[in-house]
Design a protein around this ligand. Structure first.
Ligand code: NAP
Length: 545
């Protein structure tokens, strides 16, 4: 047994995860004087960007906006080489932040948290790791990200397959050489759409198995120009502040007109221009694309026509053109030459929308009654998003209530930050907050600041425990659904709706009311003496009363 296994440690705070949330939390907690341990499953910092190393992995929020704003020197000194950053550059940035703020000494790597139980008598969390260590902490923060539990479908025969299998969400660290290989890619979400063009350049042959086609907009990525970089750096504090009160936490230049308020020529012209600019700003072409089916139809049809224009084989083009859900209601994809890839001789598309892959064989797989042979299979099949990673830890609150049990019909949070019966358990970008419907860095910073300031408030007022009121939580859960029901989002079988995981409750998990609106709500909650939260005084103080 190692020293750590025998040790029972007590700290003020345990943070799970050393991605962008965990790193900034640690920085803030340390400044507050909290003794803090960060426990990280991976061998390094970076979270999503540590795990998702697949060829072509890239962020689709612009680099100048997908970065921390909390330190002026940091944002001035860092140089991003491209407009949209590739995974290695974002991972290098996360490592730079860890070094610059000397964070590593409080992070344990290769440690998985197995359980976290709240003890009502001691009013502390007791956290257990896979290394047998037990840690007692007043505050317990799940900074585990929204899309961090990779999902490999349970297809019959997978164990018998003799070739190599990969999942985009847990890609090997060493370079995988696909030269000369026949490979299968299963899944055409953001990850598949980014990986397929790069894999097609290297492999002898790529067969893509598509269950649902996706709308994708070209990124029009380019090297960072010094003028563009300077235009942000000169006004960084003001621009960052503006971003915090936008709809999605990023500058997207929303056209304030509804799509049907302009004539057909202006509409097409607008879409053309947005397509040329590239990126997710396409969805901001008009202000009602995610609210009006009629308006959305015009944008969806524009993209379908772009696909028909790019892809030479009309049958393949039709298969690639999404028709079963409105554009934007599944996460919009941003690509670099995705549709063009299907014009290559070495790429085939197999439609599995009617019948799932039948089975995996020793040499490949069977789909649509046909046998395929592959040297490797790449699963780009997504994640058990929003709740999967929280449920991987046996989290129990008051009366031994399991989080999984409380949330059996869907996540129940107040503001996506806390859940009643789980005192002092905070979630960073939890379900019920803008999270995945926003620039994650903006939402992460806001939640980390909220949590830190809540702890400051508690310390200043002799308070030991913080927890939402059940009524406030119930109202918030309803509000999250009401906000979603005003949009077209519930019309798609997306991972936002839990629809990609068999048996998962079907409801919209993030808060779609807008980053700025949400931020104002949080500000009002604090200004109103943390309305909707209740606190308990420190045990000693309470006893003396
Ligand atoms: P995803 O969007 O959930 O896509 C998974 C794909 O696999 C879908 O096409 C899905 O089909 C398919 N699939 C799942 N199970 C299958 C099965 N049993 N048989 C056949 N096909 C199956 O996952 P992702 O592409 O990894 O992306 C997840 C999220 O991560 C994105 O939406 C985005 O938020 C984030 N991400 C961002 C970036 C970026 O910043 N550029 C890059 C990658 C990922 P169905 O659609 O029919 O379910």
């Amino acid at each position: 047994m190692s020293a750590k296994q025998q040790r029972e440690t007590t700290v003020d705070a345990v943070i799970v995860g050393a991605g962008f949330s965990g790193l900034y939390l640690l920085h803030r907690f340390r400044k507050l004087g909290l003794t803090t341990r960060v426990l990280e499953r991976g061998g390094g910092v970076g979270g999503t960007w540590y795990w998702n190393r697949y060829p072509g992995a890239r962020c689709d929020v612009e680099s100048m906006q997908y970065s921390y704003s909390f330190d002026e020197e940091l944002q001035q000194e860092w140089h991003w080489p491209e407009k949209f950053s590739a995974q290695p550059d974002i991972l290098a940035y996360a490592n730079h932040v860890a070094d610059r703020f000397d964070l590593r000494k409080d992070i344990d790597f290769d440690v998985e948290v197995k359980a976290a139980h709240f003890n009502e008598a001691t009013r502390r969390w007791r956290i257990e790791t896979d290394k047998g260590e037990k840690i007692t902490a007043q505050f317990f923060v799940m900074a585990t990200g929204c899309i961090s539990t990779a999902q490999t479908p349970n297809i019959e025969g997978l164990d018998n397959y003799q070739g190599n299998t990969y999942h985009t969400g847990s890609w090997p660290h060493e370079k995988v050489d696909f030269t000369g290989q026949r490979i299968a890619v299963i899944g055409t979400g953001s990850s598949g759409i980014q990986a397929i063009p790069v894999l097609a350049e290297e492999a002898a042959h790529v067969t893509v198995f598509q269950r649902t086609p996706n709308y994708s907009i070209p990124s029009q990525n380019e090297p960072m120009t010094s003028d563009y970089e300077a235009s942000w750096k000169e006004k960084y504090p003001a621009l960052r502040e503006e971003m915090r009160y936008t709809g999605h936490g990023s500058m997207k230049d929303l056209n304030d007109k509804p799509a049907m308020s302009v004539d057909e020529e202006e509409r097409q012209d607008t879409y053309e221009k947005r397509w040329e600019i590239g990126g997710a700003g396409f969805l901001a072409s008009f202000n009602d694309l995610l609210f009006s089916q009629e308006s959305n139809d015009t944008a969806s049809e524009f993209v379908r026509n772009q696909i028909r224009r790019i892809v030479k084989d009309p049958e393949t083009a039709e298969l690639l053109a999404p028709k079963t859900y409105p554009i934007g209601t599944k996460r919009i994809c941003i690509d670099s030459g995705y549709f063009q890839t299907y014009n290559r001789e070495n790429v085939d598309l197999v439609d599995i929308s009617e019948k799932p892959i039948e089975r995996i064989t020793r040499e490949g797989l069977v789909a649509n009654g046909r046998e395929f042979e592959f040297d490797s299979i790449v699963f780009a099949t997504g994640f058990d998003a929003m709740t999967g990673t929280l449920f991987n830890v046996d989290i129990r609150g008051r009366n031994d209530l399991a989080l999984k049990e409380k949330w059996y019909a869907g996540p129940r949070t107040y503001l996506g930050l806390m859940s009643e019966a789980f005192p002092n358990l905070f979630m960073i970008t939890g379900p019920g907050s803008p999270s995945v419907k926003s620039n994650m860095l903006v939402s992460i910073e806001q939640h980390v600041d909220f949590v830190t300031e809540s702890i400051i408030h508690m310390r200043e007022h002799g308070l030991e425990l913080m927890e939402p009121d059940v009524a406030a939580e119930d109202d918030w859960v309803d509000h999250v659904q009401e906000a979603a029901n005003k949009t077209l989002f519930p019309r798609a079988n997306s991972w936002y709706m839990g629809a990609n995981i068999p048996g998962k409750p079907r409801l919209f998990m993030p808060y779609i009311g807008g980053v700025g609106t949400y931020r104002r709500i949080c500000e009002e909650v604090v200004a109103d003496n943390y309305k909707g939260f209740r606190f308990e005084a420190e045990a000693a103080a309470a006893a003396a009363e």
